[in-house]
Design a protein around this ligand. Structure first.
Ligand code: UTP
Length: 224
């Protein structure tokens, strides 16, 4: 199978620790034994801190995004360091480069590509472009809920849902200021237009990714 894994910066690098990257590298190596693997790393709190400072300094939003992209790529570099010779040596800067890099037979790790979106969208487009069989979104919550579970105690988790349902949930969540959507709207639209089988799961424990690649998971599966 071809598998694209989006690892939220909030799970990979909430606080920078070599252990976290080592554990992730071990899990990714495991799934790469039987699959072609692409990893997209998020920026996490460090990206938010940099963006916050840039904004206070008067930088426009596109500039803030470009700074965020640099931070996602730094996390890619740390994961590449942890993967050693198993990974392609450089994070690709676009989708074509990523596809070419994958011809090396190595695990490809990349970050953001263009302002105005997040790495959720990068992973969805990459899954589309590489004809991936599975997109795994490893995030800070354990699936997609009817509403933000941190704000609403009655929120219920979906075991499975259609891409259309995902779009409806994401639009509802994104309209509430400060809410954390499980994936961004652009990613949801891309998942829908190409019917990409997607699993949203808790990425705190990278073993969950290995299980999902093997067909077992406790997250939310999105498919028609
Ligand atoms: P993330 O994908 O980490 O954003 O990219 P996020 O969803 O806010 O954070 P996580 O999932 O909790 O880690 C960090 C920032 O980089 C910029 C955006 O500003 C984003 O908020 N970015 C990222 C882009 O502008 N374009 C991209 O393709 C990717």
């Amino acid at each position: 199978m071809i598998i694209v894994v989006s690892v939220g910066g909030s799970v990979l690098a909430r606080a920078l620790s070599p252990e976290k990257f080592k554990n992730y590298a071990a899990a990714i190596k495991e799934i790469s034994k039987k699959n072609t693997v692409f990893i997209v790393t998020g920026g996490g709190q460090v990206a938010r801190d940099y963006i916050g400072v840039a904004r206070e300094l008067g930088a426009d939003e596109a500039t803030c995004d470009l700074i965020g992209i640099e931070l996602t790529r730094l996390n890619s570099r740390l994961l590449i360091a942890a993967l050693g010779d198993n990974a392609y040596y450089e994070p690709p800067i676009n989708y074509k480069e990523a596809k070419n890099a994958s011809l090396s037979g190595k695990i490809v790790v990349m970050g953001g590509v263009t302002p105005g979106q997040t790495t959720d969208a990068v992973s969805a487009v990459l899954a589309e472009y590489t004809g991936a069989d599975l997109l795994i979104n490893a995030t800070a919550i354990d699936g997609v809920y009817t509403s933000d579970p941190k704000k609403n105690r009655d929120a219920k988790k979906f075991d499975s849902m259609t891409p259309q349902q995902l779009i409806e949930i994401v639009m509802k969540t994104e309209m509430v200021a400060g809410a954390n959507s499980p994936v961004d709207l652009l990613a949801a639209k891309i998942i829908e237009r190409s019917n990409i089988k997607t699993i949203v799961l808790n990425g705190e424990d990278p073993k969950n990714i290995v299980d999902a690649a093997g067909g077992k998971h406790k997250g939310t599966v999105i498919e028609k």
